[in-house]
Design a protein around this ligand. Sequence first.
Ligand code: UD1
Ligand code: CA
Length: 458
Amino acid sequence: MTSSVSPKTASSRSCLAIVLAAGEGTRMRSDRPKVLHEVANRSMVAHVVATMVAAGATEVAVVVGPDREDVANEARKVVPGAKIFVQRERLGTAHAVLSAREALEQKPDDVIIAYADTPLVSTETFEKLRAPLADGAGVVGLGFNAKDPTGYGRFLMSGDQLLDIREHKDATEAERAITLCNAGLMAFRGEVGLPVLDKVDNKNAKGEYYLTDIVAIARRLGHSTVVITVAEEEVHGVNDRAQLAAAERMLQDRLRHKAMAAGVTLIAPETVFFSYDTQLGRDVVVEPNVVFGPGVVVEDKVVIHSFSHLEGAHVASGAAVGPFARLRPGASIGTKARVGNFVEIKNVQLGAGAKVNHLTYLGDATVGANVNIGAGTITCNYDGFGKYRTEIGEGAFVGSNSSLVAPITIGNGAFVGSGSVITKNVPDNALGLGRGRQTVKEGWASAFREKAIAAKKK
Ligand code: UD1
Ligand code: CA
């Protein structure tokens, strides 16, 4: 073969993703911009930006409203090199896309448009949306069959070709009967984009520059325009708190299925709440009513008992947590360790096989392997100003109801007597006792009672 240029495969094409995040979000009744509201503990804009990268975007542009450094920073947390463009006036979706003109001028092979308030669209869907571009399509629309199409743009089709998109307000009665609707998200070839976008005008019912108009314009210029379809729930948009809750429900459902597919037992999946980034090993069992905040990693064969709350924690294989345990950021639970009921742990390395079974607070501590922490133990790690560390050596035994006043070290194999307030270090294999000495007065109780009864008879 002597052919000089081989066509680019989908994966070798450069791809600019433009994320529209300039929504006003007044129906959220919030001081926060809409796209910073969270589903599964991650802002909607962060979800969408992350999906763009997963779908193969080589460049991410985010279009924000005026003075929205907060939204820009949130996007940059996911993609530090994201280009931020400001749409000064809300003149329509095509106008929003054109705010990223500089990025479009870089001549990307593909362009995908996503909405930051539509956070559930999967990576696979964006890949499917892009795929026809590699085969020569000019514009690809994302459609769904709407239960109630009111308000959506309608797809006017001829066979598999998309002829035009008609906005609800501009549609005839016959066009309004169409249920194949526009999700809003689109893909187009970079070379098709700018010349077509520059031809969009605002002569329509809303007086806006419609992105949807690029379909008919591209066709007039001889490009093919096609459609791929998805389930309506995947393109669920968020405009108010009820729709935010619906998005949360759908994403939780996905995360639960993903966990179970990866070998996790969920006894009552509908009662377990995950974060977008929760990582669970094989043969983990999660009992009902457990909440995973962000940053949790759970290794194989761990059991999380009911009513536990975990956040920023690592649980090593074979450990058991709960019921009613709280693991806070920096909690690292060792192999086969036990954390029982009403135990709170923050910023602690708990050694392999260690046991903290009841009613305890451990903060800012290192606890060696096979240590036993008795019920009601408290590390006193805070004096109102600074935080101080507690070090407990391997195999130590801390008696129940002890206060360990940090900074403090309990040596390897040492004992702490129950009810102690420990303010001095306890060396290896020593006993630390810090409590009032008990005295016993023989017969005192009966003498007291006799006196009291006599006094009452008078
Ligand atoms: C848009 C589509 C419609 C589709 C619907 C799906 C157009 C003209 N219409 O309509 O066919 O069925 O989405 O939900 O595209 N935005 C900006 N700047 C603007 C205008 C909009 O950033 O000037 C952003 C919005 O924040 C939002 C998205 O673009 O994230 C869609 O805008 P919206 O006004 O909600 O469009 P719809 O009228 O719903
Ligand atoms: Ca909308």
